[in-house]
Design a protein around this ligand. Structure first.
Ligand code: GLY
Ligand code: MN
Ligand code: MN
Length: 461
């Protein structure tokens, strides 16, 4: 492990919490699945970002003087026979570069001492159940010793804000890991596309789980620990269910398949969607909608660069999609009016009801404010054209080099009056992962093609 990366992050955090501050951060809890089977443990992203330590039941404390203390499972020969290796507090300083380490069983004994004399205590608000009362308990214990000279912090601060800002811009190490994660995921998409066409050519029954198995196989064989989120493998009309999960639906010759899947590699997510013809050949109506989504994605990509706003790619997408909906007759000009009306009244929402992207990083929907911190006072109110709700908005985040986001327009056509039948039940999304650069963006997920001809070519075998 590269200790220096984590040490530099802890030093930066210490700077942000001030010389008398203290930051307290637990990793994620272990989660029971059923009876005595647990879900696979996944560390807390903030915790891992600062420690690189993936064991459960661990805590990290960083003080404003730059010192860090780890609490972790103690060595225990019997438990290690059952559950596996534990680094243990004796080895942790050399392993992780922390200044001190204790058994997690000593947390209640040590925390009041660590809190003594600090002016502000920082911990993540509203993310770890019961954390506030743990901190309260330590503060109460410290206060009971004020007559002996103890000093309690006067302020509690949300640690998420400080860490979100740090995590939003990815360093070169993070970018390299994310490139690799995206490459693995791209290979998995290619594999699933090829298998679909091949099985149909051989006259076999294809189910969504066959394609899901290809994804998993490719993720794991390249060292990915797990999928970054539940893979969506949606055949035919299932693609119009936005949060559909890979199930047992039949993959039919002549229909499209939408796969939204990405692996997690060493703590970093990738998030790719491709939509392809199950048999390797787009029909006319499928191709018309596909090319429209692709054109809208190209417009979003062109709008993604340092200095642009986070909302610029979405607005570029909406413009292209809305014009296409009018041109293809999904929307009737006589009913919805001009392009400006479609956008203003959000008529496109019938077929495009999600945003065009999100931050990507350790979490698939990564942390980071979507509003520009220097402009949060600049509020505007507007009435939503569809719901009539009054919404408050603030200027969107200005993109900077090293921010990573997805670009993922789509079209989802459910049957409705006036909607041409040839488009019914077609759901399409194209999603790529982009690192913002000074002059534009680097698409790190393009090892799997998006162009319709290129997809057909690769599915020919
Ligand atoms: N796979 C989750 C998303 O695309 O946002
Ligand atoms: Mn996404
Ligand atoms: Mn996705």
């Amino acid at each position: 492990m590269n200790q220096a990366i984590y040490q530099a992050r802890r030093t930066e955090l210490a700077r942000r919490i001030g010389p008398q501050g203290i930051a307290i951060l637990p990793t994620a809890p272990e989660q029971q699945r059923n009876r005595d089977a647990d879900f696979l443990f996944r560390h807390d992203s903030y915790f891992y970002y600062l420690s690189g330590f993936a064991e459960p039941k661990a805590w990290l404390v960083v003080t404003g003087d730059g010192r860090s203390t780890l609490f972790c499972n103690p060595k225990d020969v019997e438990r290690e026979i059952w559950d596996g290796f534990r680094a243990g507090p004796e080895a942790a300083p050399a392993l992780l570069g922390v200044d001190a380490a204790f058994s997690v069983n000593d947390l209640d004994a040590q925390m009041p001492r660590l809190l003594d004399g600090r002016d502000a205590v920082w911990f993540p608000f509203a993310t770890h159940q019961g954390l506030e009362s743990r901190v309260d308990g330590w503060l109460g214990s410290l206060r009971s010793r004020v007559r002996f000279g103890a000093l309690t912090p006067e302020t509690q601060r949300d640690l998420c804000g400080a860490l979100d800002e740090m995590r939003l811009v990815k360093d070169v190490h993070e970018q390299a890991t994310m490139r690799r994660a995206a490459q693995i995921s791209a290979g998995a998409h290619i594999r699933a596309m090829r298998l679909s066409a091949q099985m149909l050519r051989e006259g076999k029954e294809v189910r969504e789980y066959h394609l899901d198995a290809e994804l998993l196989h490719e993720f794991r064989r390249h060292g990915s620990q797990y999928p970054a989120y539940g893979s969506i493998v949606a055949a035919g009309a299932n693609a119009c269910v936005l949060h559909y999960r890979a199930d047992e639906g039949l993959v039919r010759d002549g229909e499209l398949v939408l796969i939204d899947a990405g692996c997690e590699l060493d703590g970093y997510a990738s998030d790719i969607t491709r939509t392809f013809p199950a048999n390797g050949k787009f029909s006319g109506p499928q191709r018309a909608l596909y090319d429209l989504v692709l054109a809208s994605q190209a417009a979003a990509v062109a709008a993604t660069q340092a200095g642009a706003r986070f909302t610029d790619p979405h607005e570029a997408t909406v413009k292209v999609l809305s014009q296409g909906m009018l041109d293809l007759g999904l929307l009737d000009k006589n009913k919805v009016g001009s392009l400006e009306d479609v956008i203003e009244k959000r008529a496109y929402f019938q077929f495009y009801m999600h945003r065009t992207g999100h931050w990507l990083g350790m979490d698939v929907h990564d942390c980071g404010a979507y509003t520009e911190p220097s402009e949060i006072g600049n509020k505007t109110e507007r009435r939503d054209a569809l719901t009539g709700e009054t919404l408050i908005s603030r200027p969107a985040r200005i993109l900077r080099p090293g921010m990573v986001l997805t670009i993922e327009p789509g079209l989802y056509v459910r049957p409705a009056e006036g909607v041409p039948e040839q488009f019914h039940h077609i759901g399409i999304r194209i999603e790529d992962d982009a690192i913002v650069t000074d002059s534009g963006c680097e698409l790190i997920s393009r090892d799997v093609p998006v162009d319709a001809d290129a997809i057909e070519a690769l599915m020919r075998g």
